[in-house]
Ligand binder design. Sequence first.
Ligand code: NAG
Ligand code: NAG
Ligand code: NAG
Ligand code: NAG
Ligand code: NAG
Ligand code: NAG
Length: 278
Amino acid sequence: MTTTMVMASSHKIFLVFFITFLLFPTTQAQTYLYHICSSNSTFTADSAFQSDRATLLSSLASNKAIDFYSDTVVGRGDTIYGFFMCRGDDLTTCHQCVVNATQRLPSECPISKEAIVWYDECLLRYSNRSFFSTVATTPRVALLNTGSVSAPASFMRTVYDIMNKTADEAAKPSVGKKKYANTTRGNFSAFQTVYCLAQCTPDLSPSDCRWCLSGAIGDLNWCCDGKQGGRVLYPSCNVRYELYPFYYQSEAPEPTPTPAIVPLPGSQGKPLTYLLRM
Ligand SMILES: *[C@@H]1O[C@H](CO)[C@@H](O)[C@H](O)[C@H]1NC(C)=O
Ligand SMILES: *[C@@H]1O[C@H](CO)[C@@H](O)[C@H](O)[C@H]1NC(C)=O
Ligand SMILES: *[C@@H]1O[C@H](CO)[C@@H](O)[C@H](O)[C@H]1NC(C)=O
Ligand SMILES: *[C@@H]1O[C@H](CO)[C@@H](O)[C@H](O)[C@H]1NC(C)=O
Ligand SMILES: *[C@@H]1O[C@H](CO)[C@@H](O)[C@H](O)[C@H]1NC(C)=O
Ligand SMILES: *[C@@H]1O[C@H](CO)[C@@H](O)[C@H](O)[C@H]1NC(C)=O
């Protein structure tokens, strides 16, 4: 993976561009996407917060074979709240992802009282503010597959239509239940199949989840209009569409390693991805 970072001058966004080689996705235990550290809410190094955070993160990392988990450490100063969520179709690589996230955040965000990291396979977050059962739509990040489609207007209509239905499906389960759906729609054109995914954190109510997803779907319009793929990541929900399958087609664990991601014919398995911080 090659990564370049450019600071966009006219817009207040970071533009990170990286070329991802998706040919052997299962050899990568986890795919890191982005992280954000609070810069205005910080603690002093070697303080109680630091050791309380370590306690919290190790508690999160010790929970295997579970889709999501939250924990609270009542510290000597602040109380710290932590949470992780696995992508709804993929529990097999999630634990490794969570372990990686619990190591990455303290090193990337050494003195932040709040931080979040997104991977393909999981999301992990901690804060000194309670964020459970609350919809968070910021900070937010978008990634896009920069390949263009030939008929953008009708393509995006199709994408929004499928996304809306996927979001309806994802939001149905009650509070505390996994909120995930993926949809495959073939025959968009002679060659194209669209794959969509929507997920909310399980602590949300169905209506909060749907509201969150509507925001994320709306941002697709901003980031990814007419593009071959796009995703919008919020703390509380995320959406993604691509012209290649990027989720497991069955919830059963794979008996043998089967690539979760099959390169789109013609793309040589190297979708070009830009990342925008909104
Ligand atoms: C830090 O900044 C964010 C975004 O501007 C704001 O929402 C938050 O309340 C601030 N936190 C503190 C501790 O000032
Ligand atoms: C976590 O990911 C980073 C970056 O890909 C890697 O350098 C590190 O070795 C990983 N850690 C674990 C425990 O997998
Ligand atoms: C979190 O920490 C920040 C920075 O020390 C502080 O301003 C804020 O009040 C704390 N929030 C809570 C809910 O304790
Ligand atoms: C999807 O839902 C939004 C409202 O949430 C609506 O504005 C939009 O027209 C819908 N798009 C399609 C294609 O159904
Ligand atoms: C995800 O997609 C697969 C294949 O299209 C389907 O069998 C499965 O039920 C979907 N899962 C969810 C939770 O929507
Ligand atoms: C796609 O179109 C072909 C030919 O028009 C048809 O045979 C096939 O059943 C369609 N597949 C889907 C998933 O709709």
